[in-house]
Ligand binder design. Structure first.
Ligand code: PAF
Length: 285
């Protein structure tokens, strides 16, 4: 598989290692494809640091706790390759499942215990999700051996899990988190947005409106009152069903019950538009 221009496209680990043999500084952007401007901002950040930029596209089955969600995950390899090439990506790795999981899928080397960080908030609604993310990212890091790896803050709990992975496994990789890229009405860019009907799409920015409300109110209203108000915002919306809204400590994703001027406080939110699950988050303090 080879896109036009200078970008290499490979499917095998050996091809990745061959292509990177003489490269000294590698920037890595792992993705599940269906790319959008948020992903491209990660490629841009790697290129700005003058790193040889590698992007992987792999829909990792072990991080889906719901088979329907896995089956419905959008795939657009041709579109992805066009975007990556235009962005100046150097190498794209598109492995299949057997290529990633050469050993047993249960190899304990890659199954880490991230503690409360993997069971709180998103982890409570998607059991096993972060274990699967940690597993695949660790395997991909071993294949690509990057100096820096780039992740969006849109999946903030995932970013914290990956920071913990690098820390626990003593991996010499700089983890760079980059701000969420948003549509003009505030909706966080996500591959899942492609599945929204026009009507759902026109309501979907309510997640960001709720986060902005929380950011304005924190310190003025109690956490309980903010939570109640956000619940009401969703009760009044016929297209969206709130799954959770929480104000949390960013380091461990523990719920915050009272705000007393703490730092690193985030609002995190998840809601369904029909079958499509949307998440977002925002630093509140
Ligand atoms: O954020 C994603 O797209 C995925 O969770 C990741 C990091 C590529 C692991 O499969």
């Amino acid at each position: 598989m080879q896109a036009s221009g200078y970008m290499k496209v490979v499917k095998k680990k050996e091809e990745v290692r061959d292509a990177l043999e003489d490269i000294s500084r590698i920037g890595f952007v792992p993705t599940m494809g269906a790319l959008h401007e948020g992903h491209i901002s990660l490629i841009d950040a790697s290129r700005k640091l003058k790193l040889y930029t590698v992007c992987s596209i792999f829909i990792n089955p072990t991080q889906f706790n719901n088979a329907t969600d896995l089956d419905a995950y959008p795939i657009d390899i041709e579109g992805d390759l066009k975007l990556l090439e235009a962005a100046g990506c150097d190498l794209v790795f598109i492995p299949n499942k057997d290529e990633v999981y050469t050993q047993s899928i249960e190899d304990p080397k890659y199954l880490h215990d991230f503690g409360a960080l993997e069971t709180n908030i998103e982890g409570a609604f998607r059991p096993g999700h972060f274990k699967g993310v940690g597993q695949v990212v660790h395997i991909l890091f071993e294949i690509v051996q990057p100096h820096s790896a780039f992740f969006g803050e849109k999946d903030f709990q995932q970013l914290q899990v990956i920071r913990k992975l690098v820390d626990m496994c003593n991996l010499d990789i700089d983890i760079v988190g980059l701000p969420t890229v948003r549509e003009s009405d505030g909706l966080a860019m996500s591959s899942r947005n492609r599945r929204l009907t026009p009507l759902q799409r026109s309501h979907a920015n309510l997640l960001y409106e709720a986060l902005k409300y929380a950011a304005d109110e924190l310190g003025q209203s109690s956490v309980e009152d903010i939570n109640e108000h956000v619940e009401d915002m969703f009760k009044n919306d016929p297209e969206l069903r709130l799954e959770y809204f929480e104000i949390i400590h960013a380091s461990n994703f523990e719920r915050m019950h009272q705000f007393e001027g703490q730092k690193e406080v985030r609002g995190v939110i998840s809601a369904y538009a029909g079958e499509v699950r949307l998440i977002d988050n925002k630093q509140l303090a």
